[in-house]
Design a protein around this ligand. Sequence first.
Ligand SMILES: *[C@@H]1O[C@H](CO)[C@@H](O)[C@H](O)[C@H]1NC(C)=O
Ligand SMILES: *[C@@H]1O[C@H](CO)[C@@H](O)[C@H](O)[C@H]1NC(C)=O
Ligand SMILES: *[C@@H]1O[C@H](CO)[C@@H](O)[C@H](O)[C@H]1NC(C)=O
Ligand SMILES: *[C@@H]1O[C@H](CO)[C@@H](O)[C@H](O)[C@H]1NC(C)=O
Ligand SMILES: *[C@@H]1O[C@H](CO)[C@@H](O)[C@H](O)[C@H]1NC(C)=O
Ligand SMILES: *[C@@H]1O[C@H](CO)[C@@H](O)[C@H](O)[C@H]1NC(C)=O
Ligand SMILES: *[C@@H]1O[C@H](CO)[C@@H](O)[C@H](O)[C@H]1NC(C)=O
Ligand SMILES: *[C@@H]1O[C@H](CO)[C@@H](O)[C@H](O)[C@H]1NC(C)=O
Ligand SMILES: *[C@@H]1O[C@H](CO)[C@@H](O)[C@H](O)[C@H]1NC(C)=O
Ligand SMILES: *[C@@H]1O[C@H](CO)[C@@H](O)[C@H](O)[C@H]1NC(C)=O
Ligand SMILES: *[C@@H]1O[C@H](CO)[C@@H](O)[C@H](O)[C@H]1NC(C)=O
Length: 408
Amino acid sequence: MRAFGLFLALFCTTAFARLDCKVPHLGGGGDDGPAINAAFERCAKNGKVVLDQYYSVDTLLFTTGLDDVEIELSGTLQYTPDIAKWSPQSYFLTYQNATTFWFLSGNNIHLYGGGTIDGNGQVWWDAFAANPNAGTAGGSSRTFARPIPLTVGNSTNVVVEDITEIGSPFWNNFVYQSSNVTYSNITINTVSYSSSPTANSDGWDIYRSDGVTITNSWINNDDDCVSFKPNSTNILVSNLWCNGSHGVSVGSLGQYAGETDIVANVTVFNVSMNNAQNGARIKVFGGNPSPNSTAGGGTGFVRNVTYADYSVSNVDNPIIIDQCYETSAATCKEFPSTLTISDVHFINVTGTSSGKEKDVVVDMECSAQCTDITASGTNITPPSGSPAFVCANIASESELDFACTAPA
Ligand SMILES: *[C@@H]1O[C@H](CO)[C@@H](O)[C@H](O)[C@H]1NC(C)=O
Ligand SMILES: *[C@@H]1O[C@H](CO)[C@@H](O)[C@H](O)[C@H]1NC(C)=O
Ligand SMILES: *[C@@H]1O[C@H](CO)[C@@H](O)[C@H](O)[C@H]1NC(C)=O
Ligand SMILES: *[C@@H]1O[C@H](CO)[C@@H](O)[C@H](O)[C@H]1NC(C)=O
Ligand SMILES: *[C@@H]1O[C@H](CO)[C@@H](O)[C@H](O)[C@H]1NC(C)=O
Ligand SMILES: *[C@@H]1O[C@H](CO)[C@@H](O)[C@H](O)[C@H]1NC(C)=O
Ligand SMILES: *[C@@H]1O[C@H](CO)[C@@H](O)[C@H](O)[C@H]1NC(C)=O
Ligand SMILES: *[C@@H]1O[C@H](CO)[C@@H](O)[C@H](O)[C@H]1NC(C)=O
Ligand SMILES: *[C@@H]1O[C@H](CO)[C@@H](O)[C@H](O)[C@H]1NC(C)=O
Ligand SMILES: *[C@@H]1O[C@H](CO)[C@@H](O)[C@H](O)[C@H]1NC(C)=O
Ligand SMILES: *[C@@H]1O[C@H](CO)[C@@H](O)[C@H](O)[C@H]1NC(C)=O
């Protein structure tokens, strides 16, 4: 026993010779934000930040320059429900006017611990329902920012696991300008307890990031379960249970005129999509004549995207490609999108649609031609009647395992 204790002591001092920064909590409504920021500064190199209490956070968490840092979040980190304070002080991230409560940045970061991040979103949802103040395509606005509880930004080699996220006012997670980021065993639950619905509670949004893995997670929310925003490359999404969402979505892309958006090398497999608006979705804005448009007109490509072993239950649009997203049919006709969609594969998408689109279970409508779109093992049934499959401008109709009909 003594020998074992000695061994443990040696092991701990050699293998775990990290500086520990345990963050105390003030209690009594005090703001724990400054102590958290200070702990990250102290333990920024080869350190370990321990968040094992309940923390009330009223100050922007800006934890940058981290290098080989462990973050044990076994307690609860709750942001204060103060719109007047947070809307201006949250950190602005430009894309869709997104802002964040916590900008976590560095190299070799491991966040884990079984704890909870509580966005305290109810006040935001209530205010948003009473006076909708949004940007384009569900984005935030400059005058009413709804911050993101956790942003992994400008980072490399990050693992986030075993964490619960509740009450997000906006997107739950933003992967921003980062590479090699893995999320595993994340529980996301965004539920409103008033008559106002939650809003834009995407599970993850990925932007200008490469090498992102999201796996083994449970998500109950109202908007995209996972969304691949501009310049998401080499992405793996697997083993998710999503409920109430808008699906696993590529896009929206092509929103900003003069900008090039790329989504490439995406594999999504073993996803269970329940009670959702969409299953597997690709959304791209149409063209736009204005050189300054923030509602379409961008260019780029979506290439090499696979959705496999994807089960849907009570989903409005199990498979949907829309290359005229949030754009009028007339504008799309005159200015088809120049953001191309190719090499997209749907393998074993099975289950039931909700019947919201009557018998239509697949809807692929390109404003310019989409190429190399294939489907195999498709088996989706509407609540009544036989399934219908709508396609427009799909060059590879013969590689779909269903018979297309033209849009009505
Ligand atoms: C950003 O917010 C401004 C002002 O609140 C709004 O006009 C603009 O449309 C928003 N931008 C986007 C891309 O949503
Ligand atoms: C993130 O990286 C971009 C591009 O390198 C840089 O302009 C920006 O200042 C960085 N932001 C932060 C908060 O580190
Ligand atoms: C990706 O990050 C993980 C976790 O930090 C690390 O173990 C791995 O070596 C990284 N991969 C690359 C290619 O850098
Ligand atoms: C997932 O995380 C929870 C805490 O959120 C933990 O209790 C559970 O053991 C983890 N599961 C696995 C397989 O590690
Ligand atoms: C598929 O994902 C579910 C979680 O939604 C998981 O329980 C199951 O083990 C996964 N199946 C495989 C074959 O990995
Ligand atoms: C799943 O979503 C439905 C519809 O939004 C909701 O009624 C139900 O409570 C959700 N289930 C869970 C387990 O959260
Ligand atoms: C996406 O990547 C392309 C190619 O590297 C680049 O030209 C474009 O500016 C990037 N777009 C965004 C939104 O970062
Ligand atoms: C996609 O993957 C292929 C094969 O690994 C690679 O050559 C290509 O560079 C990747 N594309 C992007 C945009 O990362
Ligand atoms: C397509 O993307 C997957 C990763 O999602 C990658 O393994 C594969 O090499 C890519 N194929 C091509 C042709 O780029
Ligand atoms: C686009 O923006 C530029 C620079 O802000 C401005 O000079 C130009 O007049 C704008 N063009 C249109 C069509 O709005
Ligand atoms: C699709 O389903 C078939 C039949 O169940 C199975 O043989 C095949 O391995 C599945 N494909 C993928 C990519 O999972």
